[in-house]
Design a protein around this ligand. Structure first.
Ligand code: PMP
Length: 398
């Protein structure tokens, strides 16, 4: 049966992780993988999470099945976080939200639903984008194209080219947009550019699919949801996949959600029924633990305040590492200006380092980055930043 099965290629980033783990050098640094580590180099277990878990354990709740669409209190907390508690869409019942297995699970449920709805639509992803966007929509059966996004020369968004591309798309084309903290570049659209995108999407009847995996990691919880809210205010039928993997440091618990903006409460019911059909035939219903923890935190004022504080600590630490890296590269005399790193947001930075630089960082210094030059700034800390800045300077200057 399996004699003709070919070996699938390794996931490049997870493959990098394996090489990193096998590297015996004690000074090695992993800037490849997309997880936030604290100043001790560890993935934090947030205090808010610990408190919620303690309470849940003590309550000794039975482990029945959840409804297909997940925990009601969780889904409504997600809606408030994304759209704002005062959003008229909430009052009008115009958002269908289902709990999902992380941001990836949300994208998958949305992709499968869209494929049934409009099988011949094309999907457009930014160039570059999180690798799984293309793979996931292709796996759902779509043809995936890419739209211009990053300009390496200006270290900024090539907005004119993006607009030109959007203006060529047929109605119904699904455009995947990073709502904040673009992965991998760290470069986001400005508020004015978002407004233009909303305008074009509406005019050309494109289908926006927003991916928000880093809410709170950019500027703040509310600020980072601005793009989602612009689409909501415009009343555009949109898809929003959100993830709590990073913002609650709950990577392995698989907590996220898919929300769909509809045109009426009646439409919400119909859309929801279809999303449930996709979920039922995919994994039946979501797991309990992560959703229950997030719902408890978001819905209890003391835990919520604690979480917001911890989230801003993570955000501030990343920003300070950006500042530190830029300053140290300057101090060591790196032969180029890295000020643009301070303008980027979120966990990642397109550093401008070439594949050769990245290769040298790994072989000569045990510093691991993605060959595109993407580094995870959230993996820098006060103990490894000197090593990293010195090594980058050396591979650039010699
Ligand atoms: N979208 C983007 C842009 C991401 O960077 C990630 C995580 N790396 C995801 C979605 C997936 O999130 P999750 O781990 O919750 O599935």
């Amino acid at each position: 049966l399996f004699s003709t099965v070919e070996l699938a290629p390794n996931d490049p980033i997870l493959g990098l992780n394996e090489t990193f783990n096998a590297d015996p050098r004690p000074t090695k640094v992993n800037l490849g993988i997309g997880v936030y580590t604290n100043d001790d180099g560890r993935i934090p277990l947030l205090r808010a999470v610990r408190e919620a878990e303690k309470a849940r354990l003590e309550a000794a709740v039975p482990r029945g099945y959840l409804p297909i669409d997940g925990i009601t209190a969780y889904n409504s907390a997600v809606q408030k976080l994304l759209f704002g508690a005062a959003s008229p869409l909430l009052a009008q019942g115009r958002i269908a939200t289902v709990q999902a297995l992380g941001g990836t699970g949300a994208l998958k449920i949305g992709a499968d639903f869209l494929r049934r709805l409009n099988p011949s639509a094309k999907v457009a992803v930014s160039n570059p984008s999180w690798e799984n966007h293309r793979a996931l929509f292709q796996a759902a059966g779509f043809e995936v194209v890419s739209y211009p996004y990053y300009n390496a020369e200006t270290q900024d968004v090539d907005f004119t080219s993006l607009v030109n591309a959007f203006n060529t798309y047929a109605p119904g084309t699904i455009v995947i947009l990073h709502a904040c903290c673009h992965n991998p570049t760290g470069v986001d659209l400005t508020p004015e550019q978002w407004q233009q995108v909303v305008h074009i999407v509406k005019e050309r009847q494109l289908v926006p699919f927003l991916d928000i995996a880093y809410q709170g990691f950019g500027v703040g919880i509310e600020e980072d949801a601005a793009a989602v809210r612009l689409f909501a205010e415009a009343g555009i039928n949109s898809f929003i996949a959100n993830s709590f993997s990073k913002s609650f440091s709950l990577y392995g618990e698989r907590v996220g959600a898919l929300s769909v903006i509809t045109s009426s409460e009646a439409e919400t019911l119909r859309v929801l029924s279809q999303l449930k059909l996709v979920i039922r035939t995919t994994y039946s219903n979501p797991p309990t633990h992560g959703g229950a923890i997030v719902a408890a935190i978001l819905n209890k004022p003391e835990l919520r305040a604690l979480w917001e504080q911890e989230l801003s600590e993570m955000r501030e630490r990343i920003l300070s590492m950006r500042g530190n890296l830029v300053a140290k590269l300057k101090q060591y005399g790196a032969n180029r200006d890295f000020e643009f790193v301070n303008r980027q947001r979120g966990m990642f930075s397109y550093s401008g380092l070439s594949a050769q630089h990245v290769e040298r960082l790994r072989t000569e210094f045990g510093i691991y980055a993605v060959s595109t030059g993407r580094i995870c700034v959230a993996a820098l800390n006060t103990r490894n930043i000197e090593t990293v800045a010195q090594a980058i300077t050396q591979v650039l200057n010699t």
